[in-house]
Design a protein around this ligand. Structure first.
Ligand code: NAD
Length: 509
């Protein structure tokens, strides 16, 4: 059974006692806004206090971004200057990687080693990567006939609202902020009200690194208050949202008034198909990683594990044995594999799915309770259930937790049908040693990313996004250009042109 980890020896850093908005490069004073206590999910202690931004505060932030875009230097800076500043941002993040990782860990409960080792370099590199795309962005030319030449150039769109979730606050915020500003846009970012700490520090550091004021502004608060005011603000030109599907629908409705450009990166309930001829050990480790990484709180989790009948009993038994060995504990401890759920309401929702699973006839194979040995904190035992069929709610709903659901199938056709019988379409996993079979199945799964014989690899240049209710639009090289720039077609004659003599009394010929 998992045991509480010993007291951590991780270096601690200063935690700001108040989280307020950052507008025009300045951290705002507390003001009289609604205050929220931000809690450490590992021990339920108070970490800091967030001061919520109301519609007036959001308006102030949007005005700052608007001024920076309409009249400020940022969209007009030479590429070389922008590149230098983005490089400084990257270097500053790397120089403060320990501190940022610590803050993110305290806030989210994600193991520190994971944020420090896997995420921080990616977060810093996002700024370099986005600038590389902007730096090499070229236009197009068209020539329908010899008389006219048309040029297509890319302009920034304007002011973006970036709404980010709590499961990986800095990674997901930086993944959008970086391309947004690299192409010359400005933005207002709102992190999740449950995990505001690391993004607050990140935005501060971006200014310390030399980002001009107004280019990136930060507001804080609940989605229904601050987020809604931001998504519907008339000064916003585009809304990039990463979060739940239900919220995505609300955001789209809010943004529709001003016909804003909307990009949605939403939820998933991805099928992980394990065929009888898979490399058993690799598929086992891969299945464990794709549901239990990041405390199970990840959009691309392989949360429906579909196993072919001849290997099902053996595979499920081996999976359960491994789950029993997973170390649940203090996210600061170096040997912790799964930390606490990020906040109380989420933890309680996750627990409720154990009863829902039972009600629907699923069998609890392992876990399904609070992790023993903890007086405080939102610790949930890694869990696996066997569902009676794909209609069970544990197969339909995104639980967003270390909660795996098994289904057993007989034929490939059946596996494909089950994989596609979902409102979501973010990722699909296939495990088999038969390459032809793998390719055939992969091309019939309706999901934006297919991973064959691997748990989780994100090729950052390739499109990433969802089919169906998993989203609209794509991240990646081309996707960010499409979202964060507007193409402008300019047409010019290449010599004297003859125009119809309208209004001269001459008959058109
Ligand atoms: P969420 O939808 O509750 O919140 C996301 C953000 O939207 C938060 O900042 C929240 O305050 C804000 N928000 C909530 N209601 C709003 C409203 N009415 N108007 C404007 N803003 C509002 O999502 P979450 O619980 O923070 O994150 C988990 C979800 O995110 C999961 O469904 C997960 O799959 C998804 N996700 C998707 C991706 C992806 O790339 N596809 C990546 C990570 C997470």
């Amino acid at each position: 059974m998992p045991q509480p980890s010993p007291a951590s020896a991780a270096t601690s850093f200063h935690v700001p006692s108040l989280i307020t908005r950052i507008v025009d490069g300045r951290v705002a004073a507390a003001g009289a806004g609604h205050q929220m206590r931000i809690v450490n999910p590992a021990d339920e202690s108070a970490l800091t206090v967030l001061v919520e931004d109301d519609a007036a505060a959001v308006d102030e932030a949007v005005r700052s971004a608007r001024a920076a875009f309409d009249t400020g230097p940022w969209p007009r800076l030479p590429l070389a200057t922008k590149r230098r500043i983005m490089g400084q941002v990257r270097d500053t993040i790397l120089a403060h990687a320990e501190e940022l990782a610590y803050l993110d860990c305290l806030d989210t409960g994600i193991p520190l080693w994971d944020i420090r080792g896997r995420k921080m370099s990616r977060i810093a590199d996002n700024f370099q990567f986005a600038m590389d795309i902007a730096n090499t962005l070229s236009g197009e030319t068209y020539q329908q006939n010899e008389q006219y030449l048309s040029l297509v150039t890319h302009s920034p769109v304007g002011v973006a609202a970036i709404l980010a979730p709590w499961n990986s606050p800095m990674s997901l915020a930086s993944m959008q902020i970086a391309p947004c500003i690299a192409f010359g846009n400005t933005c207002v970012i709102k992190p999740s009200e449950f995990t505001p700490l690391s993004v607050f520090r990140l935005v501060q550091l971006m200014h310390e690194a030399g980002l001009p004021p107004g280019v990136v502004n930060l507001v804080n608060g609940r989605g229904t208050v601050t987020g809604a005011a931001l998504a519907s603000h008339p000064g916003i030109d585009l809304v990039k949202f990463t979060g739940g599907t239900a919220t995505g629908k609300r955001i789209m409705a809010a943004a529709s008034g001003g016909l804003k450009k909307v990009g949605l990166e939403l939820g998933g309930k991805s099928a992980n198909i394990i065929l009888e001829d898979a490399n058993f050990d690799a598929a086992l480790t891969g299945a464990l990683l794709s549901i239990f990484s990041n405390n199970g709180q990840q959009c691309l989790a392989g949360s429906r594990i579909l196993v072919q009948r001849p290997i099902a009993d053996r595979f499920i038994a081996a999976f359960v044995e491994r789950v029993k060995q997973i170390k649940v504990g203090d996210p600061l401890a170096p040997d912790t594999e799964i930390g606490p759920m990020a906040f109380r309401e989420h933890y309680e929702r996750v627990l409720s799915y154990v009863d829902i699973a039972r009600e629907d006839g699923a069998q609890i194979l392992v876990g399904g309770t609070r992790a023993p040995g903890f007086d405080k904190g939102y610790y949930f035992l890694p869990t696996a259930v066997l569902a009676p069929d794909n209609q069970a709610r544990v197969c339909r709903d995104e639980i967003f937790a270390p909660f795996a659901t098994f289904l057993i199938f007989d034929t490939e056709e059946e596996a494909i049908a089950i994989a596609n019988d979902s409102d979501f379409g973010l990722v699909g996993y296939v495990w088999t040693q038969d390459v032809t079979k793998a390719m055939g199945i992969s091309q019939r799964i309706n999901a934006g990313t297919i991973l064959i014989n691997t748990s989780m690899v994100r090729e950052v240049r390739a499109p990433f996004g969802g089919f169906k209710q998993s989203g609209i639009g794509r991240d990646g090289l081309r996707g960010t250009v499409e979202f964060f720039t507007e193409p402008r077609t300019t047409t010019i004659p290449l010599g004297p042109v003859t125009m119809r003599p309208i209004g001269t009394g001459q008959a058109p010929s």
